[in-house]
Design a protein around this ligand. Structure first.
Ligand code: NAD
Ligand code: UD1
Length: 338
């Protein structure tokens, strides 16, 4: 099977290309490199020993996409391409709606015109909003998103569901990721945020490597065991493997399926700080600051459905996630510029 991977030069995409190639799939990557470097794909090739066919292409570029699909004869698409910075999406909603929604509509249209009706879409636990109960199962209702980024995920889920309903030849799998962290064990690929990281783990690793002097913990007055926010952190390699399992489901004619990809365990911000310190021996100075707008107290998955239907379980624990995040950061303090 030949798989089109959009956004394949990015953080989750590059790790997924490794797992796809290791599992024997042929891949073709497209990416406009707006938030990534082609070097990630050179390093993927180093890891797998296989070349990664790559086109620099924007998913909004209908003509170029069409030429690529004429040439490459793919069977399915794993669709990672999208903008993902929550705060930026509040400042630039039009850009987020255009890139993520118009981009996906263009991609899906070109796919169907080429008879390619299999797609795995990167969704997010953010579509649940502030959940009434945890662990969150896929049957929990979707909630109110607090930012345009979240709405693009929620709306795109609905769009893809409607398309599949109208044309059951489509196989659509929506994967709702919880909080991906960690990096490939080789330390050659990992997360490479631009500027000041918004997310917890890249912030911690930048403190550890000396780029920032301390972590600010966003609030310690939540209704959680230690007062700090609780999330379901998942190793990016486990997440990547979830896509390989989902492809198998597509090959079995999935129809429409939705799966949470998380571990089922929640860790607080301070749990992460302490686990990071234990796993790496590096101290993380922190200060307690105010809550961040839009944050919720607790969010963790029930991963049962993915286990039952995909045979997928996250294998890495929190210590491995911390150690692998650190291994990437310390060997590549400036990301792919090193
Ligand atoms: P990333 O930014 O590292 O990867 C996204 C890739 O898409 C980048 O390489 C970027 O250059 C590319 N891209 C963006 N717009 C494009 C366009 N118009 N045309 C072509 N390429 C384009 O992000 P990631 O963390 O790897 O996330 C991958 C997907 O998973 C995204 O859709 C993201 O919203 C989703 N997701 C991520 C997280 C997370 O915490 N990282 C959580 C839930 C969902
Ligand atoms: C955020 C996004 C979510 C997105 C996800 C992955 C928000 C409101 N949500 O999730 O939509 O899918 O990233 O990109 O932005 N924290 C600190 N200090 C920091 C950074 C984070 O204390 O410097 C805390 C947060 O308050 C939170 C936890 O760490 O409790 C995790 O934060 P983060 O990594 O940003 O992920 P989410 O907020 O869960």
């Amino acid at each position: 099977m030949r798989i089109l991977v959009t956004g394949g030069a990015g953080y989750i995409g590059s790790h997924t290309v490794v797992e796809l190639q290791n599992a024997g799939y042929d891949v073709v990557v497209i990416d406009n490199l707006s938030n990534s470097s082609e070097k990630s794909l050179e390093r993927v090739a180093e890891i797998t020993g296989k070349k990664v066919p790559f086109y620099r292409c924007d998913i909004l570029d209908r003509e170029k996409l069409s030429d690529i699909l004429d040439k490459e004869k793919v069977d399915a698409c794993i669709h990672f391409a999208g903008l993902k910075a929550v705060g930026e999406s509040v400042q630039k909603p039009w850009e987020y709606y255009e890139n993520n929604i118009a981009g996906t509509l263009t991609l899906v249209d070109v796919m169907r015109k080429h008879g390619v009706k299999n797609i795995i879409f990167s969704s997010s636990s953010t579509v649940y909003g502030d959940p009434e109960t945890v662990p969150i199962t896929e049957s929990c209702p979707k909630g109110v998103c607090t930012n345009p980024y979240g709405w693009t995920k929620s709306m795109l889920e609905q769009i893809l569901m409607d398309i599949q309903k109208a044309d059951p030849e489509w196989n659509v799998i929506l994967l709702r990721y919880f909080n991906p962290i960690g990096a490939h064990k080789s330390g050659r690929i990992g997360e490479n945020p631009n500027g000041i990281p918004n997310n917890l783990m890249p912030y911690i690793t930048q403190v550890a490597v000396g780029k920032r002097d301390h972590l600010t913990v966003f609030g310690n007055d939540y209704n959680t065991p230690d007062g700090t926010g609780v999330r379901d952190y998942i190793h990016v390699v486990d997440l990547a493997k979830g896509h390989v399992k989902a492809l198998k489901k597509i090959e079995d004619k999935a129809g429409l399926k939705i799966y949470n990809l998380g571990t089922g365990t929640g860790y607080s911000v301070l749990d992460i700080v302490h686990n990071f310190e234990e796993a790496t021996g590096v101290k993380i100075p922190y200060e307690i600051g105010p809550r961040r707008a839009g944050d919720i107290a607790i969010n963790y998955a029930s991963p049962d459905l993915a286990r039952e239907e995909l045979g997928w379980v996250a294998e890495n624990g929190i210590k491995e996630m911390c150690a692998d995040s650190w291994n990437w950061q310390k060997n590549n303090p400036n990301g792919y510029d090193d």
